[in-house]
Design a protein around this ligand. Sequence first.
Ligand code: ASP
Ligand code: MG
Length: 430
Amino acid sequence: MALVVQKYGGSSVADADGIKRVARRIAATKRAGHDVAVVVSAMGDTTDELIELAEQVSPMPPARELDMLLTSGERISMAVLAMAISNLGLEARSFTGSQAGVITDSAHGRARIIDVTPGRIRTALDEGAVAIVAGFQGVSQDTKDITTLGRGGSDTTAVALAAALKADVCEIYTDVDGVFTADPRIVPTARKISRIGSEDMLEMAACGAKILMLRCVEYARNYDLPIHVRSSFSPHEGTWVTDKPIPASLSSDRGESPVEQPIISGVAHDRSEAKITVVSVPNNPGTAAKIFRAVAEAEINIDMIVQNDSVGASGSADISFTLPKTEAQTAVTALEKIKDVIGFERLEFDDQIGKLSLVGVGMRSHPGVSALFFEALGEKKINMEMISTSEIRISVVTRADQLDDAVRAVHTAFGLDAEAEAVVYGGTGR
Ligand code: ASP
Ligand code: MG
């Protein structure tokens, strides 16, 4: 018997039929002899709808009240799911994040989990009940106000709860069959990965793969907790994210762990970034430091940086960097303020970019990866505007409208295409 934490996303519980389907899955796991704690997201696009509602009454809703509003989405799904399970003859008890002991800091809208004290969940499980926990929410240690963890935060709730309960696995149920070698909505021939190490998964998530939130992968890695990403719409085995052996009682394809790491794990893409170019920066030591100090003081996280010495004799350079689109305005304002101190000519802003990353720990020891990567883009006449690499990743920036083609070209060039098309069961992937 194992302790299983299952997380169901919004598209899995979009309507009453979805909730009944999920309830049957939970009941089957329970009847197989396992203890089950469930973390659930708000139904369908409820969270987006609640945000729209808030914006209709106030252009800048107070953060405390917005969190109070948004957490109601998960309260609806947890209670309705508990009802559906009890209708199948099993006991189920729902708990808010606060009741489940999810303690956070007080940063509304992006709170971090500080601690999970799941005493009530443990008691419910010990008494034979299925425990249902509202995802994406907690309670602030200092202010005692209700907080949310940031969009997609239910995954983090699930992993944090699983770690606190010392669960055998955290199963993340979604609307595709697992982690794919690329987003199957863009690459229909993407292949399901049956097992991926935590280092590759961390890099894929950091590079924009939306299947798992970065924070949740970090959490699982720190606690050495296996994650099993799978579909709530099909019975197939999904993707195991773990560096450990897969627990036999929870997996149907036993002992099939690959002996050798593949060179490439997958292709991730990201449309959420923008590019700022600081044109004609005096080419003296210390100027780049001043630029990035100003950006850092505005609390902006930057991603790629490229500097080009200008070819003329002007002694100046252009510096480009990428950052989240949502932070671009703040960065531009911060840089405009130091324009005269630094003496650059002007700022250029571009939000029509896309980023593509090829990820694989196997490329560490494998020559020729970059060459093949650049050839694949060259053949499709896709221009690369920025390049950055690490031991286990190559990332490039392209025009936004060429990104999908670029992802497909690289996916094919590295032999990742499957014969059959991947199934996307529902949802918008948002
Ligand atoms: N309902 C929240 C959202 O849509 C949390 C989640 O789905 O994980 O972002
Ligand atoms: Mg959601």
